[in-house]
Design a protein around this ligand. Structure first.
Ligand SMILES: [Fe+2]
Length: 303
């Protein structure tokens, strides 16, 4: 009979899992077990704390619906999503525009809109802006017919699906023209709180964090032969640019709203210009599937 102690249990688990045939699964699970055991040893985890952790993860799972992905929110607020994005950027063939968070609110079912369209169904006076920019390769050569998917919150600080799971608003899919230009109208993004009425909100409050994200607009950009880009622009003058609760805002993604921009294709409105550079696709990118997976696909609506 083997002697299992806190010092020998990790090796026993790794031994038993050593028959895993998928090499990547074997590597990931062995590392996860080693770090999980080291964490429990480090904090001398008690049975009461262990069950509290299980209860927390159970609550995170229970609150998930097709419209709400609390596990992504947990990953985001722990900085794991930003870390994974940084690791992904490090594997790019060329240095394109940096990645930012996909977040829980991207949806594939967004309307394809003509250049210059307004993505908001209702626009409060004074809130309308133009958003435009060029999609190019890393050498500045324009990429025509790139798909530019955009989503953001409305005036309430909520995404459409937070207010009504079936609603589609403040989101759209555009194509770049022959010069790589995308162009649309939207409303000024405003900073907002992440959902605080679930277990992740309880955690953030217990840590005395504010739960705020700086004003931003999400982008998912794709073109054949290029690495799919999931990113966001952030308003430079937002007070939470430096302490985003999900660690998405990063210096080179900060932009300003220009009151007048002579280069803007639509005149008479304030505008944001956000240019993006795509790295060429590697064989691993091609094999790895989409970066911007729709979170609602994880949990389908019950029939
Ligand atoms: Fe967001």
């Amino acid at each position: 009979m083997q002697e299992l102690t806190p010092e020998t249990i990790t090796g026993a688990v790794l031994d038993q899992m050593s028959t895993t045939t998928d090499p990547r699964l074997k590597q990931i699970m062995a590392s996860a077990v080693k770090h999980l055991h080291a964490f429990a040893m480090d904090v001398n985890l008690t049975p009461a704390e262990w069950i509290k952790g299980i209860a927390f993860m159970t609550e995170v799972g229970k609150i998930c619906t097709p419209a709400r992905q609390e596990f992504i929110l947990l990953s985001d607020t722990l900085g794991l999503s930003a870390l994974v994005n940084g690791l992904h950027d490090n594997t790019a063939m060329e240095e394109g525009t940096h990645t930012s968070l996909l977040g829980p609110f991207y949806r594939e079912a967004s309307p394809a809109l003509a250049a210059g369209s307004q993505i908001a169904k209702t626009v409060k006076a004074g809130s309308e802006i133009v958003l435009y920019g060029h999609v190019s390769d890393v050498n500045g050569r324009p990429i025509a017919n790139a798909t530019v998917s955009i989503w953001q919150t409305g005036a309430s600080g909520l995404y459409d699906i937070q207010e009504n799971a079936a609603a589609i608003d403040y989101r759209g899919v555009f194509s770049t023209d022959a010069n790589g230009l995308y162009l649309l109208r939207t409303v000024r993004p405003i900073g907002y709180s992440i959902p605080m009425d679930g277990p992740v909100g309880d955690m953030v409050r217990a840590q005395k964090r504010h739960g705020m994200r700086p004003a931003h607009i999400h982008f998912l950009v794709g073109a054949p032969g290029y690495r799919e880009l999931v990113t966001a622009l952030y308003l430079r003058d937002d007070p939470h640019l430096e302490d985003d609760v999900v660690f998405g805002s990063s210096g080179d993604l900060a932009v300003d709203i220009a009151p007048k921009d002579a280069d803007c294709p639509i005149k008479g409105l304030p505008s944001i210009r956000f240019d993006m550079r795509l790295s060429r696709e590697t064989a691993a990118d091609k094999a790895g599937g989409r970066v911007g997976a729709d979170p609602s696909a994880i949990l389908k609506q019950p029939a």
